[in-house]
Design a protein. Structure first.
Length: 255
């Protein structure tokens, strides 16, 4: 949980720290796309929490710890109005219905950023506090989230790669060529934006690099598929990301 929250905070920081320094129409257009990707990723994460993770957790905790799902929902509600105004403003700017104003965008962020950050930190603390709750089966929770990730992978046509062994790589290379067009047709714009956003904001040096060389934790060749095929689709937007597409932190070009 801490990993995805770190990505969301890094993403918002990269927006906040660069929004004042844009002038060219192309930079502004790419930046607005980047902002949209951040919001889509945040909303997708919270939908999964409210529909899958926390209801299951609530069913497991002992009676004295009941209410975690409701608390999580209440914290989401505190910043949703501000996030909605942010989304509306970005959409209007993309349609040309309003002139881009970095100062105004920054003020919109300041209206909900504190509540969002407090929630992201609080959620991790809640989970840490439940470590001693004997009713919680963390393995089941992990497997449930893994199935949810696989469901998403099925929607984008990539689960076949996730289940492959080393000895299947030769045949996979052929399958990849044959199915590339189908993968593209099955990939919605939301999914095309969310996974690349995670990749280019996942700091692999976080906490000394103890979490592994990549996030999301795809097999390496699935990550390469995204880097070679999907990340370049919106390469202009990823200029504003906090990391390169291998998770190494980089300088923000407009900070």
């Amino acid at each position: 949980m801490a990993l995805i929250h770190n990505i969301l905070i890094r993403g918002l920081n990269s927006i906040y720290n660069q929004c004042l320094n844009l002038s060219s129409p192309q930079d502004i257009s790419d930046f607005l796309t980047y902002c949209t990707c951040w919001s889509l990723t945040l909303r997708s994460h919270h939908r999964t929490e409210e529909s899958v993770y926390f209801p299951l957790l609530e069913s497991m905790v002992r009676s004295e710890n009941k209410g975690v799902a409701e608390k999580n929902h209440e914290e989401h509600e505190r910043f949703l109005e501000g996030l909605g105004r942010f989304d509306e403003w970005i959409g209007e700017a993309q349609k040309g219905e309003r002139e881009y104003d970095g100062g105004e965008l920054r003020r919109l962020i300041e209206r909900f950023a504190r509540e969002l950050e407090e929630h992201l930190r609080s959620e991790v603390e809640v989970l840490l506090g439940l470590e001693r709750d004997e009713g919680v089966d963390w393995e089941v929770l992990g497997k449930t989230m893994a199935r949810e990730s696989k469901r998403v992978a099925d929607r984008v046509g990539l689960s076949m790669f996730s289940n492959a062994s080393f000895f299947c790589l030769i045949s996979l290379s052929v399958c990849f060529i044959m199915t590339l067009r189908n993968i593209w047709l099955n990939l919605t714009m939301i999914q095309a934006r969310e996974v690349p956003f995670l990749i280019v904001n996942a700091d692999v040096t976080y906490e000394g690099g103890i979490h592994g060389p990549r996030f999301p934790p795809f097999p390496w060749f699935v990550g390469q598929i995204f880097r070679w095929w999907y990340v370049p689709q919106l390469k202009g937007a990823w200029r504003f990301a906090s990391c390169d597409d291998y998770g190494m932190p980089k300088e923000l070009p407009f900070a």
